[in-house]
Design a protein around this ligand. Structure first.
Ligand code: APR
Ligand code: ZN
Length: 247
């Protein structure tokens, strides 16, 4: 039974590693990018989420980000996040590598979280470098579009997330690939695994002999490489696996 096999692999893991994507936050109400109802089914990602188009027209970016930010700020961790934090606390995984920028892993108690695509919880003024919480900027978006820096008046404020065409943050990347190289169990949750270099993390783990578990609502390109594939909702599957481990 795949759930039992996943529980067995994680229970015996000494260097378990998790990689998460937007799917783990879907049950917190944050739309995914691809798949049913995904953000990129409504907008062209390069048009609304690349550094070139952002710098050319920050207001266009903020018009899309305003709604997504409101939803993300209102979102709370779901049982999938909580189960991952419990797996880390019990030592079955050593860290969560995430493509998400919503901060819900940290909020649910995961302590070692590597944010490959940055964090949407902070906004930086590209003119003076001043940073402020996204929640403060969110409040101004109905009257200030694009938002203005309260410190220098600059109008190019950017969430500290990685846009298409931007380099990935070096430190989390290095740490994620180092952990993948020594992982014995690679748990991938809620990602379509089509965006690189994040999708290289499970490749590195597999090359180092890790056994892979994929939990996703729909098939991924990595399913054929995984020892366990569970097509389901992470908010149901992860707590069930955590329960079986404790059973
Ligand atoms: N439980 C498990 N999986 C789910 C759930 C759920 N409740 N809901 C949706 N999914 C799956 C979808 O089937 C989809 O395959 O989660 C996956 C989410 O895939 P994407 O939307 O592509 O998200 P992600 O893989 O994180 O995208 C990577 O692309 O646009 C960039 O920077 C963005 O970080 C993002 C990156
Ligand atoms: Zn400024």
């Amino acid at each position: 039974m795949t759930l039992h096999r996943a529980a067995e692999l994680l229970a015996g893991a000494r260097h378990g590693l998790a990689l998460t994507g937007a799917g783990i936050s879907a049950e917190s109400g944050i739309p995914t990018f691809r798949g049913e109802g995904g953000l990129w089914t409504k907008y062209d990602p390069v048009k609304v989420s690349s550094i070139e188009t952002f710098l050319a027209d920050p207001a266009a970016y903020w018009m899309v980000s305003r709604e997504r930010g409101r939803v993300a700020l209102a979102a709370r961790p779901n049982p999938g996040h909580v189960a991952l934090a419990a797996l880390e606390a019990a030592g079955h995984i050593v860290a969560v590598v995430t493509q998400n920028t919503d901060g819900l892993h940290q909020e649910s108690g995961s302590s070692r979280v590597l944010e490959l695509h940055g964090s949407g919880r902070t906004v930086e003024c590209l003119d003076c470098g001043r940073r402020e919480p996204r929640s403060a900027v969110q409040e101004r978006l109905d009257t200030e579009m694009p938002p203005r820096c309260p410190h220098c008046g600059g109008t190019v404020l950017k969430p500290t997330v990685v846009l298409f065409g931007e380099p990935m943050p070096a430190a989390p990347m290095q740490e994620a690939f180092a952990l993948a190289a020594e992982a014995d169990v690679m748990l991938v949750v809620g990602s379509s695994l089509v965006v690189y270099p994040a999708a290289d993390v499970p490749f590195v783990a597999l090359r180092s002999g890790a056994r892979m578990i994929v939990i996703n609502a729909e098939p991924t390109p990595f399913d054929r490489l995984a020892e366990v594939v569970i097509h389901g909702r992470s908010g149901e599957v992860l707590p069930e696996i955590a329960r079986l481990i404790d059973a």
